[in-house]
Design a protein around this ligand. Structure first.
Ligand code: ADP
Length: 446
């Protein structure tokens, strides 16, 4: 097992990884930008190294600085966390070349799944259903028009290098297509430096269902059930729940086994998630994330399994601690992502926290790096806390979530807490009757 892990991230996820390491007796090294000198992840780690100025590209994305930090502190392994370097195959390769272990999959698997065109072709050949669409990349407007005719409108143009919903445009008719195609390419070029796009049928009422997976270096692969992440704004998840209120047990077991089979066949190691859209009883693969996910917490709540611990174990070469039959599901869990944003306009609201009181009690978990007096910097993602609640069934979970949101106080800045309080009171949400477009429609109504 590793003796010292460098955590190449910040905020709540850096803390989450630190906590797993601590419980495993592993020393931690935090990295930080100058803007994060007072951050909680720096305070709690055993050691910390400043890797650059506030801009992410000069600090949390600064490969030479991160490798130097690992080297001078004598770390054995680097955990990339979520975002930043977590799905960067070149980084994973360089980490290993410099003699550290990358806590994640092989660079090759990151590369295959990071290119969505290759990912789709790969999983299709291994038996997963995919969204009907273009056969690979679409290089010209003429080709896009031809493809759209075959697929049938509405169509979605997506970036091959996609992530965070960027470079994604809907065309409802031939008249929209040229513009949507060019916009998607432009956005993809700006966001990823790669303007390759592909096309899919745009599904009108799907749910976003994803399966949590784990593979090790000994040929084992298991699934931890699904999460429903359909409550989204601009393709970003806002509330997630497990299990999905839209699936029955038979569907659940089938999709879990199918997804675990895919990672077993490719010899995948580490945690990963295969994402699907689900409509009218059918699943369609959309992408695989080759890393931990923000919403891994709800899976932990219904299985009682520490996924970060398992991730670190398998990265060190140990077999996973569980067989599929050991993974049993208990009750229901919901997570609300709380952002430092105006709850009406979604304008970012960085600044000093004046008054912080997280909720507590049975089955309530808050993953956050906030503290009273902390200054939320303007340089990074606006998510500042995750409220995760468990109940023995969905109804109990909803009641507990309501009272936890009532208790939660984050003063001094605007947050999306009031939005969450409103959302969970909506009859559609209470009934579990929503799809990926529900939240945007709800927000448009007012
Ligand atoms: P990204 O990597 O940018 O997050 P994904 O492929 O995971 O891209 O898609 C993000 C979200 O976009 C999905 O959760 C879903 O809401 C929406 N989406 C993706 N593909 C489709 C599709 N074919 N039809 C309708 N919505 C889609």
């Amino acid at each position: 097992m590793f003796e010292k892990v460098l955590i190449a991230n910040r905020g709540e996820i850096a803390l989450r990884i630190h906590r797993a390491c601590r419980e495993m007796g592993i020393h931690t090294v935090a990295i930080h930008s100058t803007a994060d000198a007072d951050a909680m992840h720096v305070r709690l780690a055993d050691e910390s190294v400043c890797v650059g100025p506030p801009a992410s590209k000069d600090s949390y994305l600064n490969i030479p600085a991160i490798l130097t930090a690992a080297s001078i502190t004598g770390a054995d392994a680097i955990h990339p966390g979520i975002g930043f370097m977590s799905e960067n195959a070149i980084f994973a390769e360089m980490v290993e070349e410099h003699g550290f272990t990358f806590i994640g999959p092989t660079p090759e698997h990151i590369r295959i799944m990071g290119d969505k065109v290759t990912a789709k072709q790969t999983v299709k050949s291994l038996g997963l259903p995919t969204v009907p669409g273009s056969d690979g990349a679409v290089a010209t407007v003429e080709e896009a028009l031809k493809n759209a005719k075959e697929i049938g409108y509405p169509v979605l143009i997506k970036a091959a290098a996609g992530g965070g919903g960027k470079g994604m445009k809907v065309a409802r008719s031939e008249a929209d297509l040229t513009e949507a195609y060019q916009l998607a390419r432009g956005e993809a070029r700006a966001a990823f430096g790669n303007d390759e796009v592909y096309m899919e049928k745009y599904l009108e009422k799907p749910r976003h269902i994803e399966v949590q997976l784990l593979g090790d270096m000994h040929g084992n692969a298991v699934h931890f059930g699904e999460r429903d992440c359909s409550i989204q704004r601009r393709h970003q998840k806002v509330i997630e729940e497990a299990p999905s209120p839209g699936l029955n047990n038979e569907e659940r077991e089938k999709i879990g086994a199918l997804a675990a089979d895919v990672i077993r066949k490719i010899g995948y190691r580490g945690v990963g998630t295969i994402e699907f859209l689900y409509e009218n009883g059918k699943f369609y693969f959309i992408e695989m994330n080759t890393r931990l996910q923000i919403e891994h917490t709800i899976t932990e709540m219904i299985t009682g399994i520490d996924l970060v611990r398992e991730q670190i174990r398998v990265a060190s070469g140990l077999p996973m601690s569980y067989k599929q039959k050991d993974i049993v599901f208990n009750g229901h869990a919901i997570e609300c992502r709380i952002n430092a944003e105006n709850p009406e306009t979604f304008t970012p609201s960085p600044g000093k926290i004046a008054g912080y009181h997280p909720p507590g009690g049975l089955d309530v978990r808050v993953d956050s790096a906030l503290y009273d007096g902390y200054k939320v910097p303007s340089n990074y993602d606006s998510m500042i806390a995750k409220l995760i609640v468990h109940g023995s069934n969905r109804n109990e979970c909803l009641l507990r979530l309501r009272r936890s949101l009532e208790e939660f106080v984050i003063g001094g800045i605007d947050t999306t807490l009031p939005l969450h309080r409103r959302l969970i009171a909506q009859p559609d949400f209470i009934n579990g009757d929503y799809d990926i477009h529900w939240l945007e429609k709800f927000l448009d109504k007012k």
